[in-house]
Design a protein around this ligand. Structure first.
Ligand SMILES: O=C(O)CCC(=O)C(=O)O
Ligand SMILES: [Fe+2]
Length: 396
């Protein structure tokens, strides 16, 4: 019998099957395949429309992010802006976080711009209160990772205690005008978010495809390959990127060859009514006013234990950035605690945590993006204990 076995069959490298892209068109499919949840109709329709008009009218003044890539300056193929919530809305420890420095580093190249960050406009605050409740409710249903923020106890006006796991204290907004504007595959920097962040992403205006693709750890490359997931993000939908999304996946909004115009179901607020044709991406047609723009707002929680004043600086004197080590994600597994699911992916599905593995993160020099592409090249493993971070969900 041994003669019939192909030679070296045990040693032959296994080629993992290539999987075709999959469109995840329903909340159930998103939950089944990714660490995200999709909420198709999140705000009262009138508020969603009012917020779309508000952000779109502001977006004329937003910047294209610029950074050095090798020897040249590149520009983001969309406009972006950053908002800081009023401290009394954003924290039980009223006003404890100084966001000035963190806010200015949203813009990679113009990091040293001064002036106070923009506050949430009223419609954004209204939306944020709704989204905060939904995000906390989702997080309470999920298994949490040890390195997530432990949360804090808040008391409402009746004195009832509430365990708050997430607060949106900042929001970043992008405007994509037309089908060609985009954002390339990336995972979000963790500098102020810390490990295993939750990011809530609101879509307004034209529908665009959101793409997720896992980065397979080096040690698992022979066993499985990544799949591309496409999720159409429609007007007034919320995509929550739950913990582990930034560690395991890159996300993008790819350029498209065409898009469906968005016909707002409500007229603009009175102050904008006479200037509709001046709104970016707006045009009048027989069917009414239509827009080719998408506004995205990502609500983020800048953690108190990762506040800007605690960010390590590199030799260039600028704050480092924090990145997950996606390819060699974990330090050594603890003995005898391997994944027994047989899928090789104990984290898949609705947040099952791989508690036997410890994720690895790097503080790296970012001056390269800002100073003629020349940085000091610093790379240092984050050590949460030595750096005094926490409180965490733990135990670590
Ligand atoms: O527009 C989106 O949905 C994604 C935006 C994004 O990934 C980012 O701003 O980091
Ligand atoms: Fe992102």
């Amino acid at each position: 019998m041994t003669l019939l076995r192909p030679p070296n069959s045990k040693e032959a490298p296994k080629k993992s099957a290539q999987l075709p892209p999959l469109t995840l068109g329903t909340p159930i499919l998103v939950e089944e395949h990714t660490p995200c949840t999709y909420h198709p109709s999140i705000l009262p329709p009138e508020l969603a429309c009012r917020l779309f008009y508000t952000m779109l009218s502001m977006s004329d003044g937003w910047q294209r992010n610029k950074w050095w890539l090798f020897d040249r300056v590149v520009e983001s193929p969309h406009r972006t802006s950053f908002f800081v919530r009023r401290p009394e809305q954003a924290s039980a420890e009223k006003g404890s976080l100084d966001m000035q420095e963190a806010a200015q580093y949203w813009y990679a190249y113009n990091g040293r711009t001064t002036g106070p960050p923009d506050p949430f406009p009223p419609a954004l605050e209204e939306a944020c209160q709704i989204i905060e409740r939904v995000v906390n409710a989702e997080m309470h249903k999920r298994q949490r990772y040890p390195l997530e923020w432990a949360g804090e106890v808040d008391h409402d006006e009746n004195g009832t205690a509430d365990h708050v796991l997430w607060r949106a204290n900042v929001a970043a907004s992008n405007c994509y005008e037309g089908a060609k504007e985009s954002v390339g595959p990336h995972s979000d920097q963790l500098t102020y978010l810390g490990p295993y962040p939750t990011i809530a992403s609101l879509s307004l205006g034209t529908s665009r495809m959101f793409r997720l693709r896992e980065v397979i750890p080096t040690g698992e490359k022979d066993e499985r390959s990544a799949r591309t997931f496409n999720v159409p993000l429609t007007h007034n939908s919320l995509m929550i990127m739950h913990s582990s999304t930034q560690e395991r996946y890159k996300h993008s909004i790819p350029p498209q060859s065409s898009l469906d115009l968005f016909y707002p179901p409500f007229p603009p607020p009175p102050e904008l009514r006479n200037d509709v044709d001046k709104l970016p991406g707006f045009r009048s047609s027989a069917r009414g006013d239509a827009s080719n723009a998408r506004i995205n707002v990502t609500f983020r929680f800048y953690r108190p234990d990762f506040r800007a004043q605690t960010t390590p600086r590199c030799k260039c004197g600028v704050p480092c950035i924090l990145r997950p080590d996606m390819k060699n994600r974990y330090t050594a597994p603890l003995p005898g605690k391997h994944d027994s699911s047989g899928t090789g992916d104990a984290e898949a599905g609705s947040g099952g945590a791989r508690r036997d593995m410890v994720a690895k993160y790097w503080w790296t020099c970012y001056a390269g993006a800002q100073n003629d592409g020349k940085g000091c090249g610093l790379w240092r493993v984050m050590d949460v204990k030595a750096e005094g971070r926490g409180p965490f969900v733990g135990p670590l």
